[in-house]
Design a protein around this ligand. Structure first.
Ligand code: AMP
Length: 279
């Protein structure tokens, strides 16, 4: 496994591999890796000759009062985990490497970037699309792997790939959860023992919504009320949003059709967690 820190090294290594006819799979991450990330690596391993994982805590996707500086950084452990998982290349640039002084070009996917997390975190998806666009240019993957955990991110990136004609395919992998239902997240390590228990309310609310749809409930408004009632049982948790949307446009739907996305975001103490289900 090679660890590349500069854009020049990564670009030339990947260009050479592509030139040799190898199929490149890219898994973009911010590190602090867990089983969710590893599921993407395994999916990449299954269809690629060369698996590239990027580790970069991207400052442009964090708001001024968010957790950029305290975001967990566990580089040594991440590398060991990726080596065991059979990764070929790690691309781990510094912030200055990715954003040299004076960089002022951003990728903005209008509309969809302002919904769900984009509404709660202004500018977040502009940072995501900018960094992922750069990674696509640097690595030139045939396939890029993302988690359904970040459902809004998937919608925004799919649109970016379509609108800007990136010559690659996006593969979306299912949400990996703890045995009790909590979706794995690098931010789960911020949770105290009490908060870890409270955090289960996200999954419980989504389950209640799913159960209601199994019993025939179709009204998005009613499903949101059902989720809200579950959150109300956990007063330590503050809901950011509960939305029933079209998974591609992230626009609200009135009725649940096949494929509607139910997405929730909530603050457990000061930690913001997200989760979702596709109906
Ligand atoms: P992050 O390091 O949080 O930026 O995540 C990197 C990638 O891993 C993103 O595509 C996430 O959607 C994905 N990911 C994070 N958590 C999970 C999870 N629990 N299950 C599946 N994929 C995940």
């Amino acid at each position: 496994m090679r660890i590349l820190k500069t854009i020049a090294e990564a670009q030339s290594a990947c260009a050479r591999l592509r030139g040799e006819g190898r199929i490149l799979g890219l898994v973009p991450t911010m590190g602090a890796l867990h089983e969710g990330h590893l599921s993407l690596v395994r999916a990449a391993r299954a269809v690629s000759d060369v698996v590239v994982v990027s580790i970069f805590v991207n400052p442009t996707q964090f708001g001024p009062n968010e957790d950029f500086s305290k975001y967990p950084r566990t580089f040594e452990a991440d590398c060991a985990m990726l080596e065991r998982a059979g990764v070929d290349l790690i691309f781990a640039p510094t912030v200055d490497e990715m954003y040299p002084a004076g960089a002022s070009t951003f990728v903005v996917v209008e509309g969809v970037s302002d919904r769900l997390d984009g509404a709660s975190r202004p500018g977040h998806f502009r940072g995501v699309t900018t960094v992922v666009g750069k990674l696509f240019h640097i690595i030139g993957p045939h396939t890029a792997f993302f988690g359904q955990k970040d459902a809004a991110q998937v919608a925004v990136l799919r649109k970016m790939v379509r609108d800007l004609n990136f010559p690659l395919q996006i593969v979306v992998c299912p949400i990996v959860r703890e045995a009790d239902g909590l979706a794995l997240s690098s931010r789960n390590r911020y949770l105290s023992k009490t908060e870890r228990g409270q955090a289960l309310v996200l999954h419980r609310a989504l389950k209640a919504v799913e159960d209601a749809t199994f019993s025939g409930e179709k009204s998005a408004q009613r499903l949101v009320e059902i989720a809200r009632a579950v959150f109300a049982e956990e007063p330590g948790v503050r809901v950011d949003y509960i939305s029933v949307v079209d998974p591609d446009t992230l626009e609200d739907v009135a009725d649940v059709r096949d494929g509607a996305l139910v997405a929730v975001a909530a603050f457990v103490g000061s930690t913001r967690l997200i989760d979702n289900i596709l109906l």
